[in-house]
Design a protein around this ligand. Structure first.
Ligand SMILES: Cc1ncc(C[n+]2csc(CCOP(=O)(O)OP(=O)(O)O)c2C)c(N)n1
Ligand SMILES: CC(=O)[C@@H](O)[C@H](O)COP(=O)(O)O
Ligand SMILES: [Mg+2]
Length: 627
């Protein structure tokens, strides 16, 4: 095994070029075997094996800086930097992260997880390097999907002014998670067939030279200008016209060609774009045939490619997906938007049923929000289905373009709360805070799948901006008999008791129900259980009512404490009912790394045991104070 020789960074330099294809094969077998057991991002990683080998061959770690956009494709980089043994614990608590992490290795130059920021980060490194008079290479690797995100263009625009070396690699596999979309994707397709243009270029040169007296001079002049004759033939040489050198396209599975080009790129005094063509899922039949299914996968059977999930339980995404189609059938104004995640958000079903009312805007959450604002003003009812953590990108647009104009835009926010194996970059634990502080916004969270469907119907009828946030994973089917009609800003009381009231938000309601049962089993008076339903507007009339026969209100939410539901309740109670103690339970002021959702909830005290302990502690404090 050649792979056995790779124990630490730069060991690749000891491998002879002839052995590279075998090494690539060994890495692919290792990746397939490992990910089939642990789950992870397989297809993208299989596509960049040779690209990573070629890069490692021309770079030195840790002094050179390699920044992987999104970072889901950095497995080979991890293997080549001495982390192969860690793959047994890939994405598990305390184990190897699925993304680059500076605290995991000094060969990881930037922590990533969200897309389209690698060029900005790389450019920052370049400017710092030059200011400090240091000498190292900076390489940002960005996928064709990530290149649909606005930040990438802001960075390219800025990078164009550089006079020193900065290598930007476009890893073009003609796929985002799903089929890539938009004009840039089309443009890359044109460049992909550049051999055709190379042929034409020679042809045109010959033709020009045939023009009597001036032909040769024209060719020479064009050659001498920076623009090169290529521009006469390739329509819109976007990168070159901007001031970046464009090299490629090069076969991303041909290591010799890539290394030659990378070495050339290192010599360019300025920003250089190297266009590398790769195949997503390469080397594993099921993944190359279904790259979207193997983009991120759970454990699977290598032979058949089938996932090993014991049984398929319906998830919130599925529930949302059906509910949306149902409201869209009744209301032709309902349109749906995704930022490159039709499968993850469940919009694929809508896309099939209502193709003309479906919009995939690429990985462009900021644009999606303002696009929705325009749709709303034009008379449609847009539903932007998006993961909580990715919506963070669109914050200003929510404030400025949607809420300030009080527009009827619906945000269907998936993956709200902990997400497990993807870790801190992907948790949706800020949305309750960053949404509920914006004027005009209504913020809801359903206790179960049935309520999610009801909230969506309600949101379509409502006017003004509105968000519904729901968690990753299996849908809660408990408490389905509790389904009072939704009323703006009104919570739902599930059980009425006294002394202690437990107010849960969304995913935490079923957990709170178990807490109340436990409290009852402990011989305490029956606690009141409240399904908050609305985080904004706050149900202040219920809080007034609860203040009459409760001494303690416990709020529980899968969101950071700062700016969350609990803080809003605390502020109100302090102002209006200071005699009632509020115990806000939420995520503390820190990032929670990868693991299982269960362990992440336990770590932050958001499980039955954690809540009971906090309540017990609080009651003891109250008792002590009374004495
Ligand atoms: C801001 C943001 N939105 C959405 C995502 C989800 N996401 C992760 S990878 C990906 C597709 C990336 O495509 P590409 O850059 O071409 O990489 P490939 O998977 O093809 O290697 C998407 C949409 C994300 N990580 N960050
Ligand atoms: C890398 C990335 O951002 C996505 O692939 C993400 O991991 C998808 O998460 P889900 O598996 O929850 O859809
Ligand atoms: Mg791609």
């Amino acid at each position: 095994m050649i792979l056995e020789k790779i124990k630490k960074p730069n060991d690749i330099h000891k491998v002879s070029l002839e052995d590279f294809p075998r090494l690539a094969e060994e890495i692919r077998s290792f990746l397939i075997q490992t990910v089939s057991e642990t789950g992870g991002h397989l297809a993208s990683n299989l596509g960049v094996v040779e690209l990573t080998l070629a890069l490692h061959n021309v770079l030195d770690f840790p002094q050179d800086k390699l920044i992987w956009d999104v970072g889901h494709q950095a497995y080979t980089h991890k293997i080549l930097t001495g982390r192969k043994d860690g793959f047994k614990e890939l994405r598990k608590e305390g184990g190897l992260s699925g993304f680059p992490k500076r605290n995991e290795s000094d060969c990881d130059s930037f922590d990533t997880g969200h897309s389209s920021n690698s060029i900005s980060a790389g450019l920052g490194y370049v400017r710092a390097r030059d200011l400090l008079g240091e000498k190292y290479n900076v390489v940002s690797v960005i996928g064709d999907g990530a290149l649909t995100g606005g930040m990438a263009y802001e960075a390219l625009n800025n990078a164009a002014e550089l006079k020193t070396n900065f290598i930007i690699i476009i890893n073009d596999n003609n796929m985002s998670i799903s089929k890539n979309v938009g004009g840039m994707s089309t443009y890359l397709s044109v460049l992909r067939t550049a051999e055709v243009y190379t042929g034409m270029k020679l042809g045109v040169t010959k033709t020009l030279k045939k023009i009597p007296h001036v032909g040769t001079a024209v060719v020479d002049t064009v050659r001498k200008t920076k623009s090169s004759i290529k521009q006469l033939i390739i329509p819109g040489m976007l990168f070159e016209n901007m001031g970046l050198t464009y090299l490629g396209p090069v076969d991303g599975h041909n290591m010799r060609q890539m290394m030659k080009l990378f070495n050339e790129a290192k010599r360019v005094e300025g920003p250089v774009v190297v266009h590398v063509l790769t195949e997503k899922g390469r080397g594993y039949g099921p993944a190359s045939m279904h790259p979207e299914r193997f983009h991120g996968t759970g454990p699977f059977d290598i032979q058949s490619g089938k996932t090993l999930a014991e049984k398929t339980v319906p998830c919130y995404t599925d529930c949302f997906s059906r509910a949306l189609c149902s409201v869209a059938e009744k209301n032709p104004k309902v349109v749906a938007i995704t930022a490159a995640m039709p499968d993850g958000t469940g919009l694929s079903r809508f896309q099939k049923k209502f193709p003309e009312r479906f919009f995939d805007v690429g990985i462009a959450e900021e644009h999606a929000v303002t696009f929705a604002a325009g749709l709303a003003l034009g008379g449609m009812i847009p539903v932007f289905a998006v993961y909580s953590s990715f919506l963070q990108r669109g914050f200003d647009q929510i404030v400025h373009d949607v809420c300030m104009q009080n527009l009827h835009v619906i945000f269907a926010i998936d993956r709200a709360g902990f997400v497990g194996a993807d870790g801190e970059t992907h948790h949706g634990c800020f949305d309750l805070s960053y949404l509920s502080m914006i004027p005009n916004m209504t913020v809801m969270a359903p206790k179960n799948g049935k309520e999610l469907a009801d909230m969506l119907k309600y949101a379509v009828e409502l006017d003004g901006p509105c968000a519904i946030r729901y968690p990753k994973g299996a849908v809660c089917t408990e408490m389905e008999d509790y389904n009072e009609p939704l009323e703006k800003g009104r919570s739902e009381v599930i059980t009425r008791g006294s002394d202690i009231a437990v107010l849960g938000v969304g995913s935490m309601v079923s957990v709170c129900q178990k807490v109340c049962e436990e409290l009852k089993d402990q011989g305490l008076a029956e606690a009141t259980l409240v399904n908050a339903r609305f985080v904004k507007p706050l149900d202040t009339s219920l809080l007034d009512e609860l203040s009459r026969n409760h001494s303690l209100l416990v709020t529980v939410e899968e969101n950071v404490k700062s700016g969350g539901f609990g803080e809003h309740v605390s502020a109100y109670m302090e102002a209006c009912h200071p005699e009632v103690r509020v115990l806000p339970l939420a995520i503390g002021d820190r990032f929670i790394e990868h693991g299982t959702v269960g362990s992440q909830r336990a770590k932050t005290g958001l499980n039955v045991q954690g809540i009971l302990e906090a309540v017990e502690q609080c009651r003891t404090d109250l008792e002590d104070k009374r004495k």
